[in-house]
Design a protein. Structure first.
Length: 384
């Protein structure tokens, strides 16, 4: 119905539906302003620009995330600096983050990994102490709340994705949320070709880009948004069941929950597989679970800095930002080592979010399958 209305209206871009979605989604996340855009990667870039991140600035990011968390930093000619994660949660570790702060550091991009909010109290304290911006990577955390406030405007701004694999989707799409009027104005201008608010159409004030969302995307998202609350609650209930039934399981480590997390979205349900306890390889365990009909997978195979993009070293042919003249130092990612991120890449097992919309019986099936494999693991030993 929403789509038909848009098709028949003759207005296919940047109109009423986009405006309505921006307002409704911002309100859903307890934020003041929403600036829609083409995807989550663009939302991160818009966030960095709107927070005033300049060429040569350092921005601290986790290595256990999707490439966009770090590549958006490179796109604005700034330098991603990797700090390690907490192995238990997969979230950026505030203590290791503090160790990586230098006089060039201007921002931190914590990822609420799998929908679990990071320790925002600790990050906001770092922001205050070192005068840093916090750009939340909220591309897993639609509906998550930290101390009863939605993610996205807990720091300076937050970047959401509505790409096909996400919990709420229009195929592609994104939005930046913020409580800050100044950030909102820059973000709106930057994402709309550098235009000015209420200014003549063909006047451009900053170097922007065309990153606008279409009415068709907003029409789909408005329909999806009506179900998001209910689905978030259902996923959380099912995840709670898995937590309770797996928490004492030999060789399975579930993700602990902080009391300050008042609602948790699950982009995926993660646990750690301790192969030393099972005496079989994780890949074999995953194959066996798949054979039992449980769709699990290992997730990120390597920490971001191990990607060819970063391992090429500083003096590549790319010029700025991989060897950024504004930085004044050589950039070399070949020596980076974040032990927890490395370990989690070897231990993680991910259950994708659609599974958590199934029934309690289906959750029981998951637990039963894990028990069955554990009991029969002798048969799987030595296999690779
Ligand atoms: C999906 C995702 C993004 C990027 O979103 P796109 O819409 O695909 O550009 C950024 N960060 C994380 C953690 C993601 O999972």
């Amino acid at each position: 119905e929403n789509l038909l209305k848009v098709f028949e209206s003759g207005k296919w871009w940047y109109g009423e539906k986009v405006k309505e979605f921006e307002e409704k989604f911002a309100s859903f996340q307890d934020a003041k302003y929403g600036i829609s855009c083409t995807n989550g990667t663009a939302a991160l870039e818009i966030g960095l620009i709107s927070c005033g991140i300049k060429p040569g600035d350092e921005v601290i990011v986790p290595p256990y995330t999707f490439i966009a968390t770090a590549s958006s930093v490179l796109k604005v000619n700034a330098i991603p600096v990797f700090a390690d994660i907490d192995i238990k949660t997969g979230n950026l570790d505030p203590k290791d983050t503090e160790k990586k702060i230098t006089e060039k550091t201007k921002a931190i991009i914590p990822v609420h990994f799998a929908g679990l909010p990071v320790d925002m109290d600790a990050f906001l304290e770092l922001a205050e102490k070192y005068n840093l911006k916090i750009i939340e990577d909220t591309c897993h955390s639609w509906g998550s709340k930290w101390k009863n406030k939605g993610t996205g405007a807990l720091g300076d701004c937050g970047a959401f994705s509505f790409q096909m694999s996400k919990n709420i989707t229009s195929g592609e799409g994104g939005i930046l949320l913020t409580d800050n009027k100044e950030i909102e104005e820059i973000a709106r201008s930057y994402s709309n070709c550098g235009r000015g608010k209420d200014k003549p159409w063909y006047y451009h004030y900053i170097l922007g880009d065309n990153l606008r969302m279409t009415e068709l995307q907003a029409a789909i998202l408005l329909a999806q948004l009506t179900r998001l609350e209910e689905q978030t609650i259902k996923r959380e209930e099912n995840a709670k069941y898995l937590d309770e039934n797996l928490k004492d399981f030999e060789g399975i480590e579930i993700v602990p929950r902080d009391n300050r997390v008042t609602r948790r979205s699950y982009h995926l349900y993660m646990f750690r597989f301790i192969k030393e306890k099972w005496e079989i390889e994780r890949e074999i365990f995953i194959k066996a679970l798949n054979a039992e009909g449980i769709p699990v997978w290992p997730g990120y195979p390597i920490p971001l800095y191990k990607n060819p993009l970063f391992q090429k070293k500083a003096k590549g042919p790319e010029g700025c930002p991989i060897s950024c003249p504004y930085y004044g130092k050589e950039i070399d990612y070949s020596q980076i080592y974040c032990p927890n991120a490395e370990k989690l890449c070897e231990q993680a097992v991910w259950i994708p979010h659609p599974v958590l919309l199934a029934e309690k019986e289906d959750m029981k099936d998951i637990v039963n399958a894990i028990e069955k494999i554990y009991k029969n693991r002798e048969q799987l030993k030595g296999k690779i």
